[in-house]
Every structure is written in C-alpha cells, then in structure tokens.
Design a binder for this molecule. Sequence first.
Ligand code: TXE
Length: 491
Amino acid sequence: MKKYQMLIGGAWTDPASGNWFESVNPFTAAPWALVPRGSTEDVDRAVAAARSAFYGEWRSLTATARGALLRRLGDLIAADTLRLAEIETKDNGKLLAEMRGQLNYIPQWFYYFGGLADKIEGRVIPIDKPGVFNFTREEPLGVIAAITPWNSPLLLATWKLAPALAAGNTVVWKPSEFSSVSAFEFGELFEKAGFPPGVVNIVTGYGNEVGEPLVTHQHVAKVAFTGGDRTGESVYQQAARGIKHVTLELGGKSANIVFDDADLDAAVNGVVSGIFAATGQTCIAGSRALIHRSIYEPFVDRLLALAATARMGNPLDLTTQVGPITTRPQYEKVLQYVGIAKEEGAICRLGGGPGKRPECGEGWFVEPTIFTDVRPEMRIANEEVFGPVLSILPFEDEEDAIRIANNTVYGLAAGVWTTSIRRALVMSERLEAGTVWVNTYRAVSYMSPFGGYKRSGIGRESGVDAIHEYLQTKSVWIDISGNSPNPFVMR
Ligand code: TXE
C-alpha cells in the first residue's frame, strides 16, 4: 500500500503524530492506501507556511503571472485526467464514467479563474466631497482553509482553490478522511505547475483533529467548507469566534417537479438521473420527485421501470450505472433512512435494502430505492439521505407544488419539467433554491454561480460571484485640496 505524505510549505512531510490511517476502496471494502493522520501541530505548520507565502513570493507576483500559473495547472490536469479519475473511483467508489467527466471539466475552472485573476479591478468613486480623490482596491483575504467532503473530492476542492488563488490568497486544504488520495496526486501538479512553496498546503486527517484546529486558527482568514449541514453549523460557530469569513455549501433536499404538460420522456430521464446518478451521493440530488396528480400513477410506473434497469457493479466498469456508497457510516445511514421511511408508512415500490447482487461483491451497495405515498411531513421528505433513495409526492397545482417544494429547511436546487414558458418563469421565481433547472437537471458550470438558500449554505461558488467571496474591499481617500480643514469636525 502506498504511504502518502502531506504537503506543507512545498515539502512532502510525515505527520507530527507519526500515524497513518487506511483509505478503503468502497467496492472491495479493502484498504488500498495509507493517509497521514494530521494534528494541530501539522495545521500550525501549514498555516505558518501559507502565511509566509502570502506575505512573500506569492504577493510579489503580478496578477497576470498568477493567472498563468493557474492556466498551466489546468493544462497539467487535462493531461492527467484518466489517472486522477481512476484514483478518485478507487477511493470513493463513484463511477469512473462520472469521475472522468468531472476530471475532464476541472481544468476549465483553472482556465476561467486564471483569466479572471488580472481582471480584478477597483473603482474610482465620484465622491461627494470636493478636494478628495476616492478609489477602491479589491484585496485578497489571506490564508484560506478549504475543507472538502468525499463525494466529488477534486471537483469540490477546485471550486474553492481556483477562485481563492486567482484572488491572491494562499490555501490550506483539508480533504475528507474518506477520500484523501487524489489530493496528494493533485498537490504534485501544483508543484509541477510552478506555484511557490506554501501557496497550497494539504493537511489530511479527521474533522476534529485537523478540521477544527484549522477553522479556529487565528491566522486563517476564511473558511470555505462543503459538507453536511450539522458539521457546517459547527464550523460556522467556530469561525464566528474569530470573526472569519465563511462560505458554506451544505447539501439539500431538492425537489424535481413534473407538470402534466412536460415532455414526459425527458422528465422520466431527468428524475432518474437526478437521484440515481452518483448513487444519490450529491448535494444536488433530486431526492424528492413532485408529480402532478393527473399523471401520477402512469408517471410513477415509468420511473419504476427505468430505475429497475439500473446496472449496479464495479464503478471502474464503464457500463456500471449505480456504484457503491462511499463510506461505511454513510451506507449505514442510508439503510437507516430506508427503515425510517418504511416505519413512517411510505410505500417501498423499488429496492429498499442492501445491494446483494453478485456484481456488488463486497461493496457497500444500496439498491436503487423508490418510495411512493410520501407525505410532506415525513422525515424521508425532509432530511438529506445522500444515497439512492427517491421519495415521490403528488401535487395538485402550481401553488401546491411551490408550497411542498419550499417546505424544507434546505434550498440548494430544484428542477421543473414543463413546456409552458409562463410556468417555467413563475416557478423559477418562486422556488426558494440557489439553482433552478427547467427541463434539465444536475447541470453546473465554472461560469454560473452555485450555492444554497436557507440551510443549504452561504455564499456562491463558480462564476464571477465566486472570486468576490475571496476578496475584501478597501476604500482609499486622498486629499488633493491642499487645505487644512477644521480638525474638530468630521470630514
Ligand atoms: O460530512 P462532514 P460526513 C452530508 C450528507 C452526509 C452527511 C455526513 O448528508 O450523510 O453530510 O457526511 C470535515 N471542523 N454531506 O460526515 O462531517 C470532514 O473531515 C472542521 C453533504 O462525511 O460534513 C470532511 O473533510 N471540519 C455534502 C468535511 O468536514 C470538519 C457532502 C465534510 O465532512 C469537522 C458530504 C469539524 N468539526 C456530506 N468535522 C455536500 N454538501 O455535498 C468534520 N469535518
């Protein structure tokens, strides 16, 4: 088994604890790599390295040179996608087809934010006071703590690293303890691209042993976090003590709403892919399907028929459609929710238990599961399962659909299936979600802002909006009047 080291101040380093833990392949349930178990001491060294890079070489580079580094990194990733995708699949069990797609797309974030790096401009304010010149500067925040989860390890890290670096910050990145291996390989590419030492540091380990000391470190200016909402809440509280900037991306319970005027072939595909692609382990999973009453039964039959054809198996096999659950605790959580839904009286129409097919091997599989007769007040309709479990709810009309869709604490995304332009516009206005897809689902881009309403998070990733999450504005006042005003009144 390969024994990895952490990246601190440009050097590959053993953990201060002298301990490593095993990373487990979710398909074979066997360990396949050794990950350094970081601690406060490693966090302190990494933050110090990031801080000295911030005040050192990184700061003296022009924004254009920073952008060029990011674009060079994009090229290096583009040349290495197959290898990185395979590592991701071995570490987190997601389909190789999906991880290849993500890896092929990741360079675009580095190209886009590399391009933005030297277009960060201040403004000259036509100030209301004569004899004064006022302008703004957009400045980096300092050291950014990037904390990422296991479901799309490199993509979600990229969403933080690309804008943070383009804006001139330095980074300490803590990947999930369940999927750290690709981070080490990614770290090598930063070095190869020529980033100065300490600009990107990687400290691995557990949430309480590395995440917490990182969030509370006095020299961390901002925490950029993706993960569960409970952890997000605690990260937010800890960051508040240091009055730190935060962005939080915390998952959801997204509604995929099908009206009777929809293109039903497209809608069936969209609802199935919204929940079963990525084995439901995605923050934007369309885990609630809201179906217009007049088409309810026939549409449910079509969903069941399509979902029943899903091929489970080895995620490295490009024909597999549903892979294993990434972690054992998550596997147990998903099965627990299946049990809760049954107890609540939802009707299980497909799946409803562990995947025991021969092609599932030793992996942590859950059968694609569909519940009907779900009522809005049930836990299965409100809580994030993060697995291949779909809840189906009927609705009567637009008003009813909006009420049910918005009736959760989350607000990450929503899907609407309709051929009416009026309905598309009304729904996209009234749905409380950071992303609304009409006649499509699970589309993201480096160009378009992504983030949550309500308990799904704070701040936006991707697009021009994202770079402003990593900048602060300074207002500069220069007296050009040559006068000495009255010192005892405000200017
Ligand atoms: O996530 P955690 P977990 C949801 C999903 C899942 C649930 C739990 O519903 O079932 O969260 O998953 C680090 N201070 N999502 O437990 O704990 C941790 O080490 C600082 C939604 O795996 O949120 C990891 O690097 N950091 C989600 C990261 O936080 C801490 C994606 C995320 O782990 C910490 C994943 C602490 N006190 C899960 N505790 C999405 N939004 O897509 C843990 N961490």
